[in-house]
Write a protein that binds this ligand. Structure first.
Ligand SMILES: Cc1cc2nc3c(=O)[nH]c(=O)nc-3n(C[C@H](O)[C@H](O)[C@H](O)COP(=O)(O)OP(=O)(O)OC[C@H]3O[C@@H](n4cnc5c(N)ncnc54)[C@H](O)[C@@H]3O)c2cc1C
Length: 467
C-alpha cells in the first residue's frame, strides 16, 4: 500500500494519480479541509498565453529566486505547467477565460477560478478522489517508521500503518509564526522526515505577505494593483518612503515596510476606497468585510505566508530516504530558490502530485546533494516549547527582519527545547538563518543587508548520525 499524508493540492493530486494507475492508496490527513490549499486565492501560474512560453516563465522564476533556484527543476515545472493546465481541464476543472497578471510575472499567466481558486480546486480534487474510491481518513502523522535508510510505514495518533511507500504532502510551517496566513501548518511532516534521517534544505527562506488582517485573512495583492493604499494611523501613505514603486513594490519590500511601521508603534491600514467595483471583482474580500461589518479601511499586519524550505527532493519527489516521497510545500525541489514567484506553489503541488504514478516504481536516485553545504544538526532528547511561545519567538527573532544576536538568542533557547515538530522546524530555520550572513530573496538580515556571492549556495541539514 502507498500512504499519502495530507489532503491539500499535492496530496489529493497524488492520490488521484496513484488511484488512476491502480495502486492501493490511502490518504491520511489531520483535517480534510485543513492546510493552505482550500484558502489559496490567486491561482496557478501557467505559461499558456499567446505571448508566453515555458522559457519566459522559467526566466521570471529564476529572477525571483535570487540565484538559488535549481535551474533543472525550474525548467521541468514551467514545461509541465502547460501539460497540467490542459490535463486539469480534461478532468473537468473549469478555469475563468482570462489569465491574470501578478507581481514578478512578465506575462499574464495566472489561471484562476474567481478569487477562490484554491477552494474550487480543492473541492474538485476531493470529489474526484472520492469518485475513484480513494480512502481518506482523518488522523495525525506522529512519526515515520524507518530502518536501514528505508521508510516502511507511519505512526499516527490512531495507530500504525505499514506501507511500501509514503508520500508526504503535509504542507509547510508558516503557522508556527504569530501572524500567519494559514492555520495548522506546523511542519509536522518535515520534522518527521528529518528525524527519520531525510535531508531538509533552505529552511531560512520564509515568505512574508505584507497585507494580512490580524485574524489571518489575506488581502490579495491584486487589490493594490487596483488602487488600494497603505496608510498608517497618522494618515501617512508611507509605502513611497520605502520604495519609489509605492504600493506596487515587491512583496518582501512592502512586508519590511509594514513591519517597520509596526516596530515604530504605528498601526497600518489598507485603504480600499479607490478600488473600483470591489463587490463584483473581489467577491471573497467583500464577503469577508461584510461579515465583520468592516468598511473600506482595514487594519493589516505582515504575516508568514509560504515556507520555501522543506524536505530535499528531486522533481519526482524522491527524498534522501528510500521509499519516502515529499511533494508540494513540504518538499524543497529548488523551484523557488530564495524567493517564490507568486502562484508557482499550487503549480508545484499539482505537477508533483499528478505525475507521481509515473515515478513511483523508479530506481531510487534521490536528490543531488553535491554543490550544497551539508550541515549536521544534533537532535537532543528534549521537551519542545509550547506553540504560543514558538509563534511569539519566531515572530520576534525569525520574522521579516532578522539580526545575528537575536537569532543566536532564539537558537540558544531552541537547542535545548526542540522536542516537538514546530520547535524542531523553527530550530532548523533559525540555524540556517544565522549561518546565512547575507540578505537574499525572502531572507533579510539587518546586520548583513547586502547579497553576498560567497553565500550563493543552499544549506542542506541532516540529523547528526544519520549519514
Ligand atoms: C491564504 C493563502 C493564499 C495562497 N494563494 C496562493 C495562490 O494564489 N497561488 C499559489 O500558487 N499558492 C498560493 N498559496 C500557497 C499555496 O496555497 C500552498 O503552497 C499550497 O496550497 C500547498 O499545498 P500542499 O498540498 O503542499 O499543502 P497544504 O494545502 O497546506 O495541505 C497540507 C495538508 O497536510 C495535512 N497535514 C498537516 N500536518 C499533518 C499531520 N501531522 N498529519 C496528517 N496530515 C497533516 C493538512 O491537514 C493538509 O491536508 C497561498 C497560501 C495561503 C495561505
Amino acid at each position: 500500500m502507498i500512504v499519502v499524508i495530507g489532503s491539500g493540492v499535492a496530496g489529493l493530486s497524488a492520490a488521484l494519480s496513484l488511484a488512476r494507475a491502480r495502486y492501493d492508496v490511502k490518504v491520511i490527513t489531520k483535517s480534510v479541509t485543513g492546510g493552505s490549499t482550500p484558502i489559496a486565492k490567486g491561482g496557478i501560474a501557467v505559461p499558456v498565453g499567446r505571448d508566453d512560453s515555458p522559457e519566459i516563465h522559467a526566466h521570471d522564476t529564476l529572477k525571483a529566486g535570487a540565484g538559488l533556484c535549481d535551474e533543472g527543476a525550474v525548467r521541468y515545472f514551467t514545461h509541465q505547467a502547460v501539460k497540467v493546465y490542459y490535463q486539469l481541464q480534461e478532468m473537468g476543472f473549469k478555469f475563468d477565460p482570462e489569465l491574470w497578471l501578478e507581481g514578478g510575472h512578465s506575462r499574464r499567466r495566472i489561471a484562476h477560478r474567481t478569487d477562490e481558486t484554491g477552494a474550487q480546486l480543492h473541492r474538485f480534487l476531493y470529489h474526484r478522489a472520492v469518485e475513484m474510491d480513494v480512502r481518506i481518513v482523518e488522523a495525525q502523522l506522529i512519526s515515520l517508521k524507518a530502518s536501514n535508510g528505508k521508510v516502511r510505514g507511519v505512526v499516527t495518533d490512531k495507530g500504525e500503518i505499514e506501507a511500501e511507500k509514503v508520500v508526504l504532502a503535509t504542507g509547510g510551517y508558516n503557522s508556527a509564526f504569530k501572524f500567519a496566513t494559514s492555520k495548522g501548518n506546523l511542519g509536522e511532516g518535515i520534522a518527521s522526515a528529518f528525524l527519520a534521517g531525510a535531508a531538509v534544505a533552505d529552511m531560512e527562506f520564509v515568505q512574508f505577505h505584507p497585507t494580512v488582517t490580524e485574524d489571518g485573512f489575506l488581502m490579495t495583492e491584486a487589490l493594490r494593483g487596483e488602487g488600494a493604499k497603505l496608510i498608517n494611523d497618522k494618515g501617512e501613505r508611507f509605502a513611497f518612503a520605502y520604495d519609489q514603486r509605492g504600493e506596487l513594490a515587491p512583496r518582501d519590500v512592502l512586508a519590511r515596510a509594514v513591519y517597520t511601521e509596526y516596530l515604530k508603534g504605528n498601526e497600518v491600514f489598507l485603504d480600499l476606497s479607490d478600488v473600483r467595483e470591489l463587490d463584483k471583482r473581489f467577491p471573497v474580500v467583500s464577503d469577508y468585510l461584510r461579515k465583520r461589518g468592516l468598511g473600506t479601511r482595514v487594519k493589516i499586519v505582515t504575516a508568514a505566508h509560504f515556507t520555501i524550505g522543506g524536505v530535499l527532493t528531486n522533481v519526482k519527489g524522491q527524498t534522501t530516504l528510500e521509499n519516502l516521497f515529499a511533494i508540494g510545500e513540504a518538499a524543497d525541489t529548488g523551484l523557488h530558490g530564495a524567493n517564490r514567484l507568486a502562484s508557482n506553489s499550487l503549480l508545484e503541488g499539482m505537477v508533483m502530485g499528478l505525475n507521481i504514478s509515473d515515478f513511483i516504481e523508479d530506481d531510487w536516485t534521490g536528490p543531488k546533494l553535491k554543490g550544497n553545504d551539508l550541515i549536521e544538526i544534533e537532535v537532543k532528547q528534549a521537551e519542545g516549547l509550547d506553540l504560543d511561545s514558538v509563534k511569539e519567538g519566531n515572530w520576534r527573532h525569525l520574522g521579516v527582519i532578522r539580526e545575528g544576536k537575536s537569532l543566536e538568542e532564539w537558537l540558544n533557547v531552541l537547542k535545548d527545547r526542540h522536542g516537538n515538530a514546530w520547535s524542531l522546524v523553527s530550530y532548523l530555520a533559525a540555524y540556517s538563518a544565522l549561518v546565512r550572513r547575507e540578505s537574499r530573496g525572502s531572507h533579510y538580515r539587518s546586520d548583513y543587508p547586502q547579497q553576498d556571492d560567497s553565500f550563493r549556495k543552499r544549506f542542506v541539514l541532516v540529523r547528526k548520525g544519520s549519514v
